[in-house]
Design a protein around this ligand. Structure first.
Ligand SMILES: C[S@@+](CC[C@H](N)C(=O)[O-])C[C@H]1O[C@@H](n2cnc3c(N)ncnc32)[C@H](O)[C@@H]1O
Length: 216
């Protein structure tokens, strides 16, 4: 099995399960136009996050790592009319592209984009959030998990993306992004505040995976 097969199957699944979505296509095009890296979640994963938010009945969602707002659109669309998303982004240029994408997608009014290092903007937030999606600088995954728990309530769903990194997570490494996830997994060994699992994934974005946790 090669990366080509994973991508081919992802395309097949997306064609079968995801309706054509010019708004999301436009958002990705705007990201490319704005020079943003193509590190958004895959379409099937965006849909997964969307379904998860609906299953959880989420009304307040926190996202850490906005980029151009592709995953934010998926999440915002899962909300009831009075629901809100707060999304944190380091770079003003990314946030600007995201704001335009969110407005064009018709969800701008229910999304607040907080600009700056998330470790600076998160402490001012008050919970509870019903779902937290962590997808920023992987070095700080443990800090973000701590904030997610602080800002959660029993039942809050937490997803932390890119925690497998081509399988490198299983061994100590000098890659700070892998070590960020390893620190998080080590902390979870003795953490009785959440129930968690992690799933490995393959697809158009390669071999990776995510942590899924629920606050007790
Ligand atoms: C993987 S991308 C997010 C992709 C987005 N969730 C999506 O799927 O469309 C990670 C984003 O996190 C942002 N980021 C990196 N470090 C950050 C920090 N310390 N605080 C807030 N955002 C940060 C990056 O600038 C980048 O836009």
């Amino acid at each position: 099995m090669s990366e080509n097969t994973w991508a081919e199957v992802d395309d097949y699944l997306a064609a079968a399960l995801l309706p054509p979505d010019p708004v999301l296509d436009e958002a990705l095009a705007a990201n490319a136009q704005g020079g943003l890296p193509a590190i958004d979640v895959a379409p099937t994963q965006g849909r997964f996050l969307h379904l998860l938010a609906r299953i959880a009945g989420a009304r307040r969602i926190l996202e850490i790592g906005t980029l151009g707002g592709y995953s934010t659109i998926w999440l915002a669309r899962a909300l009831p009319p009075d629901g809100t998303v707060v999304t944190c982004e380091y770079f003003p240029a990314h946030a600007e592209v995201a704001r335009a994408n969110l407005d064009r997608a018709g969800v701008g009014e229910r999304v607040e984009v907080r600009v700056g290092p998330a470790l600076d903007t998160l402490p001012d937030l008050a919970g509870p959030f019903d779902l937290v999606f962590v997808d920023a600088d992987k070095e700080h995954n443990l800090d973000y998990l701590e904030h997610a728990i602080r800002l959660g309530r029993p039942g809050t769903v937490i997803v932390v993306d890119n925690v497998i990194r081509g399988g490198r997570v299983a061994r100590a490494t000098d890659d700070p992004r892998v070590e960020g996830s390893r620190r998080m997994f080590a902390a979870l060994e003795n953490d009785n505040r959440v129930d968690a699992t992690a799933l490995q994934t393959v697809g158009v974005k390669g071999y990776d995976g995510f942590l899924l946790a629920v606050v007790r």
